[in-house]
Design a protein around this ligand. Structure first.
Ligand code: FES
Length: 352
């Protein structure tokens, strides 16, 4: 169920000209339900002019910390981010759902691994959480961060990355790429693209030493890094991606005029089972459920956050791809309700 909890802001820091870092205090009685894994995200909610707005933001602090930390970058014309930058201050209360997401992996203290992450812009937020958690919990592992930005002034968490570099001198390497600021070393002056990745692999980062790679940023950067890594022998199964903007092609296909038939829908949600008869519609399964009075968890409604993930226990659905679910989730029957349409006359979904 889309249950929201009131959290108080204990700290608000301006990180760059257009980015705020918020710390949210979790009341003692909700600590267990808000315990987060590295790389998860949080859905925040506010109401503007009578309209409910929900947005998902990746948590940027290490797992196990009682408070939650996230960054909100101001987006021109973005109603939620504009509101957040104007109205959120220390002591303000904001509504949040419990953390979700499967980007980060569980750590193993005794296994020495080499991780790398490729981030661009705000894509650093879930990566920072994974990086801090890994270096803290795996004392024999090392981490290489490749981080792209416009220029030095737009680097989010710049001081924090410097502090981490000092603390984990021998285990953390950071390579900054700037697309709009000349660099002494030509390799680092430009976007993270496939040729630059290849040059990096040829000079500073040996792909065969990598056990796991995380990608977060614009689709083009993730495609380029993924292609370069695989061209150098890294299996796709060792590359994890976190998308944070909707792919317009997916949106378009999800919104296509495919009309789902009337469907006898059984939904398992929060331990209860509901049965509904839905009329034919071109709406997504999520919208059809919301219109019927059910309240499954959701945030972006655009196939980005995976908050609406559910499992098809019986029947068939159509879900456009690519999407943020990994192959093992798809093999287990998971789908995103906000992208999916019913194909069969009867369907059973589980949100538990
Ligand atoms: S609500 Fe975000 S992916 Fe469905």
């Amino acid at each position: 169920m889309s249950q929201f909890f009131a959290l108080t802001l204990s700290d608000v820091q301006r990180d760059t000209a257009d980015s705020l870092v918020l710390t949210l205090e979790v009341p003692e009685q909700h600590r267990a339900r808000f315990a987060h894994r590295a790389g998860q995200h949080l859905t925040l909610r506010t109401w503007l002019e009578g309209e409910e707005l929900r947005r998902s933001y990746s948590l940027c602090n290490a797992s196990g910390e009682a408070a939650l930390q996230l960054a909100i970058k101001r987006i021109a014309g973005g109603r939620f981010s504009e509101w957040a930058h104007q109205h959120l201050h220390v002591g303000a209360v904001i509504e949040a759902m419990t953390p979700t997401g499967n980007f980060g992996l569980d750590t193993q203290a005794d296994v020495p691994r080499h991780y790398a992450a490729f981030a661009a812009g705000s894509g650093i937020t879930p990566i920072l959480s994974v990086l801090e958690t890994t270096l803290r919990d795996e004392p024999h592992s090392r981490f290489t961060l490749v981080y792209g930005n416009r220029d030095l002034a737009s680097v989010q968490f710049r001081e924090r990355l410097c502090t981490l570099k000092d603390r984990y001198l021998a285990r953390l390497s950071v390579f900054h790429f700037f697309s709009n600021e000349p660099q002494d070393v030509a390799l680092f002056g430009g976007r993270i693209d496939q040729p630059r990745c290849q040059s990096l692999f040829d000079s500073c980062l040996s792909v065969p030493t990598l056990d796991q790679v995380y990608l977060c940023g614009p689709a083009g950067m993730m495609e380029a890094a993924s292609a370069a890594l695989q061209a150098n022998g890294l299996p796709a199964s060792r590359i994890r991606r976190e998308q944070f903007v909707a792919d317009p092609a997916i949106r378009q296909r999800a919104a296509s005029a495919v009309v789902s038939p009337g469907v006898a829908l059984t939904v398992r949600l929060e331990g209860a089972t509901r049965r509904l008869r839905l009329p034919p519609s071109d709406d997504s399964l999520l919208d059809r459920m919301l219109k019927s009075g059910l309240a499954p968890r959701y945030s972006c409604k655009s196939g980005v956050c995976a908050t609406c993930r559910c499992r098809v226990l019986e029947g068939q659905v159509d879900m456009p791809s690519p999407h943020p679910l990994d192959a093992s989730e798809v093999a287990q029957g998971f789908v995103l309700a906000c992208l999916s349409k019913a194909l069969s006359p009867s369907l059973t979904l589980a949100f538990d």
